[in-house]
Design a protein around this ligand. Structure first.
Ligand code: SAH
Length: 219
C-alpha cells in the first residue's frame, strides 16, 4: 500500500487521538505515536472502516485487538522515557507492541498462537519497526534469557500476577497487568522498589484470558 493510500485515514486517526486525550490520557509522547501509527493495518481487511473507532475488534482465533483508549492508558501507565527494554505478553495483532516500539529502545513481545505471531511479524517488517522481536511461547513464564526488563505490559487477563514476570522486572521497573476473573479484571500498575512489588489499582477492564502455566488453563 502506498503512503497516499494510507493518508486517507489521517483525519479519522486524529479524531481517535483527540477522543483518547479527552478521556484523560495526557502523555504527549503516547498521543503522538498513536497519531502516526496506522491502526487500520493491524485489523482484518473487512473491519478497516472501524479501525479508528474506540473499540476492540476481532482479529481471528477468538482474540481481539485492544480498544485504543486501553492501549493508550496502559502505555501511559508504564511511564516510558525512550531508553527502556520492554516485554509485552500477548502480541495479538501487534498494535500494542508497535506503540511501545515508538516509545522505548527495544520491545520483546510474546504470543502463544503462531498464526497471530506470524501476521504481526509481517506488519512489523512492512512498517520498518525493527526494534521489536516477536516470540511464540507461553508468556506467563516470561523470557528469562532476556531478563531483566524495565517495563512489562500484559495484554491478556490474568488470574494473578505470574511470579516469573515479577522476578524478571528490573529494580525501579513498571508492570501493567489486568488481574481478576474471566469476565472482569482490574488493571494494576506495579513498581519494583527495593526488590518488592508495590501495586496500585487503576480501573476495571475486560481482556481475553491469559492462558498458560501461570495463567488460566487452556479450553
Ligand atoms: N496486544 C494485542 C492484544 C491481543 S489480545 C494487540 O494489540 O492486538 C491478547 C493476546 O494474548 C491474544 O492474542 C492471545 O492469544 C495472547 N495470549 C494469551 N495467553 C498468552 C500467553 N500465555 N502467552 C502469550 N500470549 C498469550
Amino acid at each position: 500500500m502506498t503512503a497516499d493510500a494510507d493518508d486517507q485515514w489521517a483525519p479519522r486517526r486524529a479524531a481517535m487521538v483527540s477522543l483518547i486525550r479527552a478521556m484523560g490520557v495526557r502523555d504527549q509522547r503516547v498521543l503522538s505515536v498513536m497519531a502516526a501509527l496506522p491502526r487500520h493495518r493491524f485489523v482484518p481487511g473487512n473491519l478497516r472502516d472501524a479501525a479508528y473507532e474506540d473499540g476492540a475488534l476481532p482479529i481471528g482465533l477468538g482474540q481481539t485487538i485492544s480498544q485504543p483508549y486501553m492501549v493508550a492508558a496502559m502505555t501511559e501507565a508504564l511511564a516510558l522515557t525512550g531508553t527502556e527494554r520492554v516485554l509485552e505478553i500477548g502480541t495479538g495483532s501487534g498494535y500494542q507492541a508497535a506503540v511501545l516500539a515508538g516509545l522505548a529502545r527495544e520491545v520483546v513481545t510474546v504470543e502463544r498462537l503462531p498464526e497471530l505471531a506470524d501476521r504481526a511479524r509481517m506488519r512489523f517488517a512492512e512498517l520498518g519497526l525493527n526494534n521489536i522481536t516477536a516470540h511464540v511461547a507461553d508468556g506467563t513464564v516470561g523470557v528469562p534469557a532476556l531478563a531483566p526488563f524495565d517495563a512489562i505490559l500484559v495484554s491478556a487477563g490474568a488470574p494473578a500476577v505470574p511470579e516469573p514476570l515479577a522476578a524478571q522486572l528490573a529494580e525501579g521497573g513498571r508492570l501493567v497487568i489486568p488481574v481478576g476473573g474471566p469476565r472482569v479484571q482490574t488493571l494494576y500498575r506495579y513498581r519494583k522498589e527495593d526488590g518488592e512489588m508495590k501495586g496500585e489499582a487503576l480501573f476495571d477492564c475486560l481482556f481475553v484470558p491469559l492462558v498458560g502455566r501461570h495463567g488460566w488453563p487452556a479450553g
